[in-house]
Design a protein around this ligand. Structure first.
Ligand SMILES: Cc1ncc(COP(=O)(O)O)c(C=O)c1O
Length: 354
């Protein structure tokens, strides 16, 4: 019988999707930067009057109503917006759309690992550029390879801070190819470079409802760019990609900016609470413009993270990233969850089992 290995697409050899998901529902999930302050109330509000009996019908092919709502939020036209099944879908279709086999894909490292995965899936030649020791960006490095597609995360996951806006603008304005600016955490830092993206010739601003909007489970992301770029992205996307319930919820959620603002202020206040407590345990805690903290652990992070996992708390080990030996990433959460983390850390760190 032919083995599955023989049947597998040859160009996919040695490519495995990074996997971080944890199926244990009892685990405290401080590892994936979802919104632990709760689900967006738009879900229940929409569910109350939603016509579920209409779910036999296909949704709008390109999520027109949501694209209109997003466009009106940012003073754009719906032709300048594309919606995806999570922003992950947008990252995938950008690679699918613009990368020929062998084209250069460029991104700084460390950053969100899925950019590189999608680029490899579409057979790009990967050019990774190391961030400086202080996690700042050298824009000239990102431009020099004339890459076909460049991915930049602003603020950057996992280093948690904004890159200098002038450095990002240089990349947007002077890159040869398409630049994807992933602003998944923009709501937390209160600033966005969407205007600079729209002013650039070939740039895409990628956003998500998974973080500040508290809707990761519904898988809703979007991107804005010039119409010519959006038309290209749409040409390779699966039709009906977003389900109609998710579309209605996203529209309602966008109408309730007060809820998002409350989440952001709770994240900030819990960050202020937990930062000195982590420092007292020996963690070096970095500044953050996101809903998570990057910290250097006082003991080897792989052992600490797995000991915590055994106690029911998941945080992200960043040890394998360049520049981040023994670093961990912790998603902000309501006080009782942070206290549960601190209590376990206290024992593990002081007890020396990390
Ligand atoms: C920087 C960044 N971009 C994109 C994503 C993917 O988000 P989504 O849930 O919209 O696919 C994440 C998720 O962690 C992320 O951290």
């Amino acid at each position: 019988m032919t083995s599955i290995g023989e049947l597998r697409r040859r160009t996919l050899e040695a490519l495995t999707r990074p996997s971080y998901s944890i199926s244990n529902k009892d685990m405290l999930l401080l590892n994936d930067n979802a919104n632990l302050f709760g689900v967006n109330p738009a879900v229940e509000e929409v569910a109350r009057s939603y016509d579920f009996a209409r779910l036999w019908a296909y949704p709008s092919e390109n999520s027109d109503a949501l694209r209109e709502r997003i466009a009106s939020e940012f003073g754009l036209s719906a032709d300048e917006v594309i919606v995806g099944n999570g922003s992950d879908e947008i990252l995938d279709i950008a690679s699918k759309c613009f990368i020929n086999p062998g084209d250069v894909f460029c991104s700084p490292t460390p950053t969100f690992s899925m950019y590189k995965f999608y680029a490899r899936l579409h057979l790009a030649r990967i050019s990774e550029k190391m961030l400086r020791e202080d996690f700042s960006l050298d824009p000239a490095q990102l431009i020099e390879d004339r890459s076909k597609l460049t991915a930049l995360c602003q603020p950057n996951n996992p280093t948690a801070v904004l890159f200098d806006a002038q450095a990002v603008k240089k990349v947007l304005d002077e890159s040869y190819g398409i630049v994807m600016l992933d602003e998944a955490y923009a709501e937390f830092c209160g600033s966005s470079m969407m205007n600079e993206v729209m002013a650039a010739e070939h740039a895409i601003d990628v956003r998500t409802f998974s973080k500040a909007y508290g809707l990761a489970g519904l898988r809703i992301g979007y991107a804005v760019s010039r119409k010519e770029v959006i038309d290209e992205l749409r040409s390779v996307r699966t039709p009906f990609g977003l389900n109609s319930f998710a579309e209605s919820v996203a529209i309602r959620a966008m109408d309730n900016q007060a809820w998002v603002r409350d989440v952001v202020s709770e994240v900030k206040s819990e960050m202020t609470y937990v930062r000195p407590k982590l420092e007292a345990l020996g963690f070096e805690v970095y500044p953050s413009d996101c809903n998570f903290l990057l910290c250097k652990a006082p003991s080897p992070s792989p052992a600490l993270v797995s000991a915590l996992r055994a106690e029911g708390v998941a945080i992200r080990d960043c040890n394998s990233y360049p520049l981040l030996e023994n670093h961990v990433r912790i998603t902000m959460a309501p006080r009782p969850m942070l206290d549960a983390l601190l209590e376990k850390l206290e024992r593990l760190v002081r007890g020396g089992s990390g």
